[in-house]
Each structure stands twice: as C-alpha cells, then as structure tokens.
Design a binder for this molecule. Structure first.
Ligand code: GDP
Length: 608
C-alpha cells in the first residue's frame, strides 16, 4: 500500500449512513483521493463524492484501522435537533404528566371484519345530540367511553391492517399502545392473523382479541380461543391474561365490551401518561395533497400540546399550523397527547410515520426540514446506488455504459409512494442494471417533474400512481421525449417495472450446436470457390448457419457461414444426419478431405 492514507489505531469515526469517501477523508484528515485508491485496491471503484453503502464504509474503515460507526437516521435526527436545543427525551416532572388515551390499531386477516369494526366503533360513539357519529376519514379518530364512572377516551388508527403499523415501526415510530386482533368466528385463525400477532409481539404491544361475526350461525368463538392458545394468547377465562371479546361488527354487538376490554388492558399493562406542557411532539399518521387546502396531514400528538399558529416540522415538511380539524370536521384550538388532528398549513406532504414537532419559530422548523431533506437525499441515493465493483465497472467502460432504469415516482398519498418505492427496492434486480429513483413526491405530475426527467443525461420514466399529468404537462413530456406511465394498482406497476428491468438487459446469447459433417471430397470451382462434399454425422446442417472448421480436433477457422447447401443438384435449406450434401463456406476455401464442419446458431438466453 503506497497510497498514503492515514492508518488508524482503532479510533472511532462516526459517519452518517450514506456518507461519501470524501466525508470519511474529512474526519481522518486524509486526502479523498487516497481513500479512492484504497478502495480501488480493495476491488471496489467508488468516486470521492459518491454516497457509500454501509458495507463499503465499514470495509474501508476496517482496512485502514478505524472503528467506523454508522450513525442511524434516528440518532442523527436527535443530534440534529440537539443543535436547536430540542431534546425529545427530556425528563418531565412527575406532577406535569397527565394520563392519556390508549392508541389502538386494528389488525387481522382479510375479510375478518377490521373495517366494519372500525365503522361500528365510530358509530357507537354518537355523543348525545351529535347525530351520525364520526363522519370524516382523517386516518385516526378518538371515541369516548364511560368507564368506572369516568369519561375515558380511546384513539383508533383508522387504517386497518398491519401495513400502517409496520410502516410506522419501520421509521422508529411506536404509535400503537394496544392491538385489537380481529378473528372471524366462522373462519378461525388464518395466516394474516398469525402475522398480525407476530407484529404485535415484536413491538411488545398487548393484544385484545375481538372474536367477530358471532352473529353467524356457523360461528365458533370458542374454537378461536382454543386456536390462539397455541400462539401464546390464552384467554382470561382459560386462566391466561389476554382478553377475548365476542363481537359482531356488522350488527354492532359487543362494541362497548370491546372498548371496556381495551381500557382494562391498558390500565393493567401500560402506564399511559404524557407531558401536556411544552411544544408538541408526535407522528404523522397520514398525509396527502388536497386540491383546495394544500398539504394536509393527520398528526397524532404524543407529548405536549399542539396549537393553531405553532411552527411545526414533520419529516422534511414544515410550516405553521393554519388550522386544526378533528374527525368531525370541527376546528380545534389545541390538541394534547393521544389526540389525532388534521393539520393544515404545511408547505409539503410528510411521509406516513414521520415524526413531527413544534418548535420556537418558523426559522428553526425550516432549517430542521431542510437538513432532513438533504440527509434523506443522501441516504436514498446510497440505497439506490448499485455496488460498482471493479469488474463490472471495467465492463461498463468497455461497453460504454451501464444500463439503468431511472424513475420519478408520483402518487396521491405519501403512503402509496413509499409502498411503491419499498416494493421496487425489494425487486430482484439483475446485477447489470441499476434502478434509480431520482425524485419522489405526492401530487399530480408537474412540469417540473418532466423537466427534471428531461434534464437527466439518461432516459427517465415518470410513474404516476393514482395521479395524472395535466394536458399541458403531457404536451411538454411529448416534446421532451419523457415517458409517463399511469397506474392505479401497485402490483401492476411493480410487475411492469420488473419486466422493464429485465428487458433493459442486453440480450445474452448462447451457442447451440446444430450438427456436424465430415468432408469426404473437395470440388474446386473457380466461380463459387471450393465445394465440400460431406456426409452429415450428427444433427443437421442448415443453410446460412454459423460454422467452424476442425482439422484433427483443432479449430482451423471460426466464424464461417454455410453460404450454399445442395442435395445432389438441388438447393436445400437443411440436410439431416446420415445424408450427403455439398456446401460452400462463404469466402473460405481452405478445406481438406477429413475436416469436420460444425454448425451452430446463437440463441438468446432466456432470463431467469
Ligand atoms: P376486513 O377485510 O377485515 O376489513 O373486513 P370487512 O370489514 O371488509 O368485512 C368483510 C366482510 O365481512 C364484509 O362483507 C362484512 O359485511 C362482513 N362482516 C364483518 N363483520 C361482520 C359481522 O359481525 N357479522 C357478519 N355477519 N358479517 C360481518
């Protein structure tokens, strides 16, 4: 090694996920070029400013004797907030804690009645004088239950299924306090029941089982209890500590008992308190772009109190709370812990599961948002970048370029864009192809998306998921030669992109042997060159097929073509094993009696 990069003695170097060699060089006072050289020696070609994968950073760190620590986005965010004197985990004096409502997610197998149950709970909460119950879907709602003489609130995440639950957990946001596991009594425990149960266990969230559809004659609620004991959920009546409640969501039976069980479980196993003072913190549950109102986000406050007029930042979006609405469409002035509210006034659409917080002023939230955006760009770039090894890079240099599929993803809500992106990165992408997402966003396809695509040096396809491009935008796209594709079903989008990825591969050919012939005689013709009189020894000899000539087992000439083929006096397209024929090899006359002619063709290899 003569590249002169400094050697560490196990010193710790903290690098954020997606850092470049240049960032690393900065930390150890090295010349970035020397790290590029070191990486090259390790068999990986990386430019100085290119964002690196975790493995690359750890590899070069170890090689140079540094203890590289990759800082997770969550820790980094804490550090970022610390710069603004914000401490998410600040201790709160005991007497400033208030009890808060439990937050519940409903999970279970498809068709077991999750949606119906959420509807039934919503309807059951018709506060006197307020007909119709909760009318708006904002992604979460709160109901009130009289419990042991006290009015208690319970918050429900209004998106059934475990996708929302896992999406939030994936971002480090633990939103759910209790899982209501819905199991249809006429169907019993099914695969997604187990999946949901495992998610809840992994998150260490207590479960209340709603045994649904007990109104059906074929319902067997005891069987559900029986089945679930196998998975460690033992009903109280069987001596366990899990509450099972028989319900029928459709006719609305057992809803009060279920809510009661949720509160009992919460009180027994959780300490649900939160600070009510101070700037609000929480999680964005759902967000989308609304035609009239701009970016709207449903946030769940987890700590502190959110007020209209507060400056907030949610993920990479920031703004000032212009108005807050509850699940009935009513304006609310403030929202405390466990309270979901629809917030208007953000400048962009945050992602589902993004944390939000209120801060002192507009400037602070803007700076936090900008720094987060910059970091995300770096991180997603690191994700999307395929590993470029020396070998593949050399090949690219030879072939001129690497094939890549570049996409701009636009969708109606942030959840769908994320789901699409996640699914894409989970595709089995062939090594020679790179999938790059150069931009993602919520809302219609705009002129700026098209311009971004056309400004790229490589072809970019814009994917619209449940969104369209206006006529004017479409015209620009046509003019600029930018392809736009629309989808309304995720799997269809994934399937087509997958196919495109495979189609992008340059076809690979393999040689398939057709047959061989032995030269028995050579006729010299001044007009058409030497004619070989052959007997076909195996397979077939076909006109226009590729051929090679073997003499004593060695290849004398390759890359020949059978230019003419005759059976006796007649032209033939092919001649089979055991038959005689006469043939010429285009432009090649060095044939001798005893030579063997092998013919083959190149066939495109099917991709796995
Ligand atoms: P999800 O896929 O879990 O959200 O299930 P849905 O809420 O869409 O319900 C699936 C089907 O079961 C629908 O046709 C519902 O009408 C029906 N269903 C849900 N709850 C009950 C119930 O308590 N009793 C009966 N008889 N049918 C129900």
């Amino acid at each position: 090694m003569s590249s002169g990069a400094p050697r560490g003695q196990g010193q710790v170097v903290r690098l954020s996920r997606g850092a470049s060699l240049s960032d690393f060089a900065d930390k150890i006072n090295a010349n970035p070029g020397s790290l590029v050289q070191e990486m090259f020696n390790l068999g990986e070609m990386v430019t100085a400013t290119q964002s690196c994968s975790d493995e690359t950073l750890l590899l070069i760190g170890e090689h140079l004797g540094f203890d590289v620590q990759i800082v997770s986005p969550e820790d980094e965010d804490r550090e970022l907030l610390a710069q603004f004197n914000i401490d998410l985990d600040a201790e709160v004096a005991e007497d400033r804690l208030v009890s808060r409502a439990p937050v519940v997610t409903v999970m279970g197998h498809v068709d077991h009645g999750k949606t119906k149950l959420l509807d039934a709970i919503r309807k059951a909460n018709v506060v006197a004088g307020e007909a119709g119950g909760i009318t708006q879907h904002i992604g979460a709602y709160q109901v009130h239950v009289p419990h042991e003489g006290i009015d208690r609130a319970v918050t429900f995440i209004d998106t059934p299924g475990h996708e929302a639950f896992t999406a939030m957990r994936a971002r480090g946001a633990q939103v759910t306090d209790i899982v209501v596991l819905v199991v249809a009594a006429d169907d019993g425990v099914m695969p997604q029941t187990i999946e949901a149960l495992n998610h809840a266990k992994a998150a260490d969230v207590p479960i209340v089982v709603a045994v649904n559809k007990v109104d059906k004659p074929e319902a067997n609620p005891d069987k559900v209890r029986q089945q679930l004991t196998e998975y460690g959920l033992v009903a109280e009546e069987y001596g366990g500590d899990t509450m099972f409640v028989n319900v029928a969501a459709k006719p609305g039976i057992g809803i009060e008992e279920l809510l009661e069980a949720v509160l009992l479980t919460a009180d027994a196993s959780l300490e649900l308190t939160a600070a009510i003072d101070g700037p609000a913190q929480g999680v964005a549950i759902e967000a989308h772009l609304d035609k009239g109102r701009g970016a709207v986000a449903t946030v769940l406050v987890q700590k502190g109190t959110l007020r209209a007029g507060d400056s907030i930042v949610a993920g990479g979006a920031h703004g000032r709370v212009r108005a807050m609405l509850d699940e009935n469409g009513n304006q609310v002035a403030e929202a405390g812990p466990a309270r979901p509210v629809l917030v208007l006034g953000l400048t962009a659409v945050p992602g589902a599961g993004d944390t939000f917080l209120a801060a002192a002023d507009d400037r602070t939230v803007r700076q936090i948002a900008e720094q987060r955006q910059a970091r995300r760009r770096a991180a997603s770039f690191a994700n999307s970048r395929g590993r470029a090894t020396l070998e593949t890079l050399m090949e690219q240099l030879k072939e001129g370029e690497k094939t890549s599929l570049n996409l701009v993803l636009k969708g109606d809500v942030s959840g769908s864009v994320e789901a699409l992106e996640d699914a894409l990165f989970n595709l089995d992408i062939p090594e020679e192809v790179q999938l790059r997402i150069i931009h993602r966003g919520v809302g219609a396809i705009t002129e700026s998306d098209v311009m971004l695509a056309s400004a790229s040096s490589e072809a970019v396809t814009i994917i619209g998921f449940n969104v369209r491009a206006a006529n004017k935008v479409r015209e620009i796209a046509d003019r600029e030669g930018v392809e736009i594709r629309y989808y309304t079903v995720i799997y269809q989008a994934i399937e087509e992109i997958d196919a495109a990825l495979k189609g992008l591969l340059k076809p690979e050919y393999e040689e398939v042997e057709l047959g061989s012939a032995e030269i028995r005689d050579v006729f010299r013709s001044s007009k058409i060159g030497n004619i070989s009189g052959c007997i076909v020894r195996s397979g077939i000899i076909r006109r226009n097929a590729k051929a090679r000539l073997l003499r004593d087992g060695a290849v004398v000439a390759d890359n020949l073509t059978i230019s003419s083929l005759k059976r006796f006096k007649d032209d033939a397209t092919e001649v089979r094993e055991g038959f005689e024929c006469g043939l010429t090899l285009a432009g090649f006359n060095n044939v001798q009696v005893g030579d063997t002619i092998e013919t083959f063709e190149m066939r495109e290899k099917p991709r796995a």
